[in-house]
Design a binder for this molecule. Sequence first.
Ligand SMILES: [Zn+2]
Length: 249
Amino acid sequence: MTETPPPPLESLPEDWSTALAIVAHPDDMEFGAAAAVARWTGQGKKVVYCMVTSGEAGIDGMEPDEARRVREAEQIESARIVGVDVVEFLGQHDGIIEYGVPLRRELAAVVRRHRPDIVITGNFRDTWSGTNLNQADHIAVGKAVVDAVRDAGNRWIFPEQLVDGVEKWGGVRAVWAFGSPSAGHAVDTTATFDAGVESLKAHAAYIDGLGWEHWDPREFLEGFGRQAGQRLGVALAAPFEVFPMGWGD
Ligand SMILES: [Zn+2]
């Protein structure tokens, strides 16, 4: 029996200048997208991070109040390593994020404030692949991100936000979800792969708290990077699922 090779991935466009990454937890970007971010900031693009929670429920042996402090600091350092100097924390409760209008409202305000060309989020499909289940916060955030991007462009949705110079923003071209099992695109991360590894390693307390023996961040990222790289025709790549947001040209 011969296995069908996975289909080739298409290169992501790079003719944009600002991206806003909205994810549920500190460490989410570093498990799939940090090397790509390093590439883009290296090209002079501006990338801003927005964390919906501070990941305070992510370390079993650490009380949430301390974990919040530790994880925010780790995220800020992790972002710095890949050229991101703005990291916002929305302060929602880790582990129990609810998809709905309040979350859309909060994220639409973030989109209207930053006015990005591209919005990045994590995989929000039910699984990573096969029966490997995704996590509830990731699904809630990703779904709310695509809705909030559309909300941000409609002046009649959350109109109370449109004061003090804040305007609607309909300029987001696409939402890109990293780690998706349905990825059809990718970006070459061969040259910035090491920065991506260092960015993940910056989550030292979190990784330690996972208690995965002999787990190596580089090895882990390399496995996925090589798979995607093969499908893009390069050594290492980061895959993304693309959701176009405009009405087309
Ligand atoms: Zn997460």
